[in-house]
Ligand binder design. Structure first.
Ligand code: UDP
Length: 250
């Protein structure tokens, strides 16, 4: 059962540096357009508002709107090759977000786990740190750079490496539920839930490896709806609707 005795996000500490994980599908348009400029601009607007509010922002962008290794492998692709194709898809999305952020006046850099020096920087932790110090948003592409992983795990890894205070997972639902709210009308949203509960009940937050990495490094995960305008800034301020996943007793 959801933890009804819990307090709201209002009581959570204000975070200074956050990692925002965006699934590739948040860039998709209503017409099925793979990378919809209007949707990409909206996401950039959310990031710009959070930046203006003074937060340091790292971004990890998925690639599921273009290519998913696992589903391609199910159709007969060799898994490793399919995963590299998926990682390349995340680079395309990262460039789209970079472009939209630049148009919104937000300075940024893309760093890829797979070096491709004509396109973007390679991932170098200290260099990324310097970008953040200079007020730039850093977009991390290509996940962890290896097949058999996802960008969720990439997000957890970069959040740990960049010493982020929290990992914000922007999705199309407003938090974590005890059942799929699209299938079960009585599903209840958790206000707070522990990493242990997420893993033992197999709640759909992020991949188990990503959740475990956040648990071990004590990085709370905040799940919220990125499609609602102005929501990222609101959730950061502790007034929006979201679920916070953290270690028990905190
Ligand atoms: N991928 C990978 N290693 C990584 C990150 C991503 O192999 O470290 C591949 C994998 O095939 C995955 C695809 O890239 O399906 C797209 O990433 P993901 O599914 O995480 O995107 P999202 O669902 O967040 O849009």
């Amino acid at each position: 059962m959801p933890d009804r005795t819990s307090t709201t996000l209002m009581s959570s500490p204000r975070f200074r540096r956050i990692l925002l994980k965006l699934s590739g599908e948040v860039l998709m348009g209503p017409g099925g357009l793979t990378i919809d400029p209007a949707m990409t601009a909206r996401v950039a607007g959310e990031v710009a508002a959070a930046k203006q509010a003074g937060y340091e922002l790292c971004l990890v962008v998925g690639g599921g709107n273009i290519f998913r290794g696992l589903s391609a492998a199910a159709k007969g692709f060799e898994r490793g090759t399919a995963d590299y194709m998926g990682m390349l898809a995340t680079v395309m999305n990262a460039l789209a977000v970079q472009n939209a952020l630049e148009q919104a006046g937000v300075p940024n850099r893309v760093q890829s786990a797979i070096p491709m020096d004509r396109v973007c920087e390679p991932f170098i932790q200290r260099r990324a740190e310097r970008h953040l110090e200079k007020g730039r948003v850093v977009i991390f592409a290509a996940g962890v750079g290896s097949p058999y992983f996802t960008t969720d795990t990439g997000a957890a890894l970069r959040a740990a490496e960049m010493r982020c205070d929290a990992l914000f997972k922007g999705t199309s639902v407003d938090g974590v539920y005890d059942a799929d709210p699209k299938l079960v009308p009585t599903a209840t949203r958790y206000e707070r839930v522990s990493f242990g509960r997420v893993l033992s009940d197999n709640l759909r937050v992020m991949d188990a490896s990503a959740v475990a990495l956040c648990r071990d490094n004590d990085i709370p995960i905040v799940v919220f709806n990125i499609r609602e305008q102005g929501n990222l800034a609101q959730v950061l301020d502790g007034v929006g609707t979201a679920t916070i996943v953290r270690n028990e007793g905190e």
